[in-house]
Design a protein around this ligand. Sequence first.
Ligand SMILES: [Fe+2]
Ligand SMILES: [Fe+2]
Length: 438
Amino acid sequence: MNNSQELNLREISNFAADIHSNFNEGHDFEHIQRVVELAKELLLDYPQADEFLVLAACYLHDTYDEKLFDDSIKQKEAVKEFLKSLELDEDIIIQIFSIIDNMSFAASLDGKAPLDLNGQIVQDADRIDSLGPIAVTRALQFGWYHNIPLYNPEEVAQIFTSKEDYRKADSSTITHFKERLFLLKDMLNTKQAQDMCFERDKFIRDFVAAIEAEWVMDNPALLNDEKLVIIRDFAYNTHSENNDGHDFNHIRRVAGLAQKILETYSHVDKFTVLATVYLHDCYDQKLFVDSLEQKVKVINFLSKLEIEQDVIDKIIYIIDNMSFSANMDGQKELDLVGQIVQDADRLDSMGAIAINRALEYGWSHSRKLYDPSIKPRHDLSKDEYRNSEGTTINHFYEKLFLLSDKLNTEEARELAKGRDQIMHDFVTGIERDWIEVS
Ligand SMILES: [Fe+2]
Ligand SMILES: [Fe+2]
C-alpha cells in the first residue's frame, strides 16, 4: 500500500470504529478488527490480491448490515458519502460495495454474483470469526441481547433457500448454529481459511452437542406436593427477570439435576432437597442489593406456608453454606440433603450451559471477556474472590475448573463427565484464537 492508501485506511478504520462503538451484541469494533487481522493473515498467501481494497471492505463490511440498522439503505448512503469524501477512485468504491453486498450468508442464499479473490478473502475472514469459541460468544451475546431463547429441544433446523426466509426465521440460538454456522466451513473459499477453521468448526459442533446433552429441566409433574409447587412459583417470581446467568431456567435445571440424583437416593427427604433447590439463589448476595431483607422475605414465606421450623432452619443452613464462596475460608459440613443440592447447583456451573451462564454474568456486569495481561489468581479468600474485577476467562480458572473435584456424590460425578472438557476446550480456544486489538 502507498502512503495515501495507508492514510485513507486509517480514516476508514476510524469511521467504522465510530459506527461500531454503538454495538455490543457480537458486532462490536473488536469483531471488525479481528476480521481485518484475519484478512491480513490470508493476504500473506495471496500477494496478487489488492490489499487496500480487501482491508477497506473488511473495515466497512458491517457498517450498513440489515441486522444492525433499521434503515440500512440510508446507512449505506452515509458510507458512500464518506468514501466519496476520501476522493477514492469511483471504481474502488464500486468494488468495495460489490464485495459487501455479495459476501453475507443471507446474500449467498439468493445466488448473488460470485466474488473475485479480493471478495473471497474478505468473506473468508468474516466467516472465520463466525467459527470457534469467540464466535460462540458472539452468537450467544447476540441472542442474549435480543432475548432469543438459547435452546428449544422441540425445534427443527431448517434449510433456507431464500434470503427472505432466512431473515424471517426466529430460531433459538442453538438452532441458528445448525442453520448457519455449521454450514460455513464448507463455504470457505481459500485453502488457508479452511485450514484455520478445522479446530474452530469442531468446537462449535462440540458446544452444540454439549448443550443438547446437558439440557435437563425439572419436571413439575414429579413434585407431587402442593407446597413445592408454591415454592417453585416463588422462585419463578424471584428469578424471571434475571439475565445474568441466574434466571429461572438455571433454577429449573438445578431442580432437574437434583431429581436425577435423587433417583438413586430414594430414602432422602425429597421435599427438603427440592425446596432448597428452588430457593437456593433467592437471597444471593450477588443478585440482591439487600440480601438480608430478601432472606427475611424467604423465611417469612416459608413460615406462612406452614413449613416446620426445623425444616426451615435446615433449608436456610444449606443455602447459607453451600456456595463456592461460603466454602473458601474453610469447608462447611453438609448432610446428604445439602450435598445433593450443592452438587446439582455445581453441575449447572460446569459445561456448555455454564459457559453461557458465565458469559451472561460477564455481559451484565460489563466484565472483560479476556485480557492476557490479567492473570488468574489462586487460593483466594472469600473477600478477595467477591471483590474480583477479573475477566470472565479468569472465572473459569478461579472457580469453574475447580468444581469437578468438589462434587459430593457418585451420581453427580457421573453426570459431570464431559462437562469439564468443553469448558477447557472453550478457554484454550479463546486463548489460541485471541487477536489483541487496540
Ligand atoms: Fe461481520
Ligand atoms: Fe445457583
